[in-house]
Design a binder for this molecule. Structure first.
Ligand code: HEM
Length: 395
């Protein structure tokens, strides 16, 4: 894998892409002030135990590191909320964002993929991210929510301002404050934009997801306005960057492992395996955070209460204790119990959509341009906790 890291200019901070790591499964990182978890069984247990490991990690950030919570806070977001409140909220949003709503999108995803690839074919070249991996999921999520796809440059500006940072997150480095401050404006704009859409749907319901969220009801309870906005915002942001990373990474994996690409070219029933194996080997959200509620022993480490933890899903997905030959992209890996979508109560709500988009788009991409070969100059997103291709032109 070291060769691949060099070949694709993968930054050093993406340590999980630089060959097998040695060292303990859990360790304290003095530079960030957080505990890092790298092992699969440890990550598996932590994600399955929200009683001990809270998702509400913002409370541990030192004062001054995050802007005033009145202005900018993730506190009310589903990913930060613990049981039992989390279960109630998840039930409500799931009643609007169902598997059927997602499954029904398949023909539209295929149509959009063909439109985008036809345009690239006409131009005679394909830069995967700009031409397919970015626009496809954004258009799909915008259409699903019911916000104008023509506003997608705006969504990109917001998503970039909120996500694409190159600084390492640290509890002890105040430099982060500046980056957070820069995120306030897009945050406010996005909140106001979605609040206006939600208010409009209350007055004039339509056949879209924002209307379904506004009308969602479980046991006589509805989502409060701010939760409709929060969830729409989560979907718009998550619907953006994640599948974009997944598609780019999958093409990179196929380029790096041509024997596996030949297999999937010859047998398209392997397309879903390619998507799962890409999620394992190039895990898009490389890490998720948790906070200890009490002193607890994880692996060999004893961690005090109220400590911030980074659970490195990307490293867990390459743990040789769980995956044989973990550095190899292997379409025959079955079962493939990767934790790229997390695990437990917070398991990714968008996993069915990401998988569907990945599967449909890869199948059509192979029809149009297979075998897929990356040209020189692949670029990765610099954000330390993300694994994703930012630029990949086909040779
Ligand atoms: C949660 C990864 C795509 C919506 C999560 C979590 C992970 C994840 C790791 C768990 C976070 C935690 O435990 O703290 C991914 C990956 C994706 C992807 C790798 C694509 C390859 C999507 C998409 C959507 C989405 C397309 C929606 C359009 C969500 C939501 C949650 C979530 C709403 C929060 C669930 C909860 O807290 O109950 N995702 N995601 N994700 N994801 Fe995704």
């Amino acid at each position: 894998m070291t060769d691949l890291a060099t070949r694709y200019n993968i930054p050093g901070q993406h340590f999980w892409l630089h060959g097998p790591r040695s060292g303990p499964a859990v360790e304290f990182d003095a530079q960030t002030g957080m505990w890092s978890v790298y092992g699969y069984p440890e990550a598996h247990d932590i994600l399955g135990d929200p009683e001990t490991f809270s998702s509400n990690t913002l409370r541990l950030l030192p004062k001054g590191m995050v802007p005033d919570s009145e202005e900018f806070s993730m506190e009310g977001f589903i990913t930060q909320i613990d049981p039992p409140l989390h279960g109630k909220l998840r039930k409500l949003v799931s009643s609007a964002f169902t598997r059927k709503v997602v499954a029904d999108l398949e023909p539209r995803i295929a149509e959009l993929t063909r439109e985008l690839l036809d345009a690239a074919k006409e131009r005679g070249h394909l830069e995967l991210v700009t031409d397919l991996a970015y626009p496809l999921p954004v258009i799909v999520i915008a259409e699903l929510l019911g916000v104008p796809t023509s506003d997608r440059d705006l969504f990109k500006q917001w998503a970039d301002a909120l996500f694409q940072r190159d600084a390492k997150f640290s509890l002890s480095e105040p430099a982060e404050t500046q980056q957070m401050d820069a995120a306030i404006k897009p945050w406010k704009e996005m909140t106001a934009y979605l609040a206006a859409h939600a208010a409009e749907r209350r007055a004039h319901p339509r056949a879209d997801l924002i209307t379904r969220l506004v009308e969602a009801e479980v046991d006589g309870e509805r989502l409060p306005d701010d939760q409709v906005v929060n969830f729409a915002m989560t979907l718009l942001l998550a619907g953006h960057i994640t599948t974009t990373m997944l598609l780019g990474n999958t093409v990179l994996c196929l380029d790096a492992f041509p024997d596996q690409q030949a297999r999937v070219m010859a047998d398209r029933s392997l397309v879903p395996h390619a998507i799962e194996e890409s999620l394992r080997l190039f895990t898009p959200f490389a890490a998720v955070s948790r906070a200890t509620r009490r002193e607890v022993t994880v692996g060999e480490a004893t961690i005090p209460a109220d400590q911030m933890m980074l659970v490195w899903l990307a490293a867990a997905n390459r743990d040789p204790r769980q995956f044989a030959d973990p550095e190899t992209f292997d379409l025959g890996r079955d079962p493939n119990p990767h934790v790229a979508f997390g695990r437990g109560v917070h398991f990714c709500l968008g996993a069915p959509l990401a998988r569907l988009e990945g599967r449909v788009a890869l199948d059509i991409l192979l029809d149009y341009f297979g075998p897929l070969r990356a040209a020189e100059g692949v670029e990765m997103i610099p954000t330390p906790t993300m694994t994703g291709v930012r630029r990949l032109a086909l040779a």
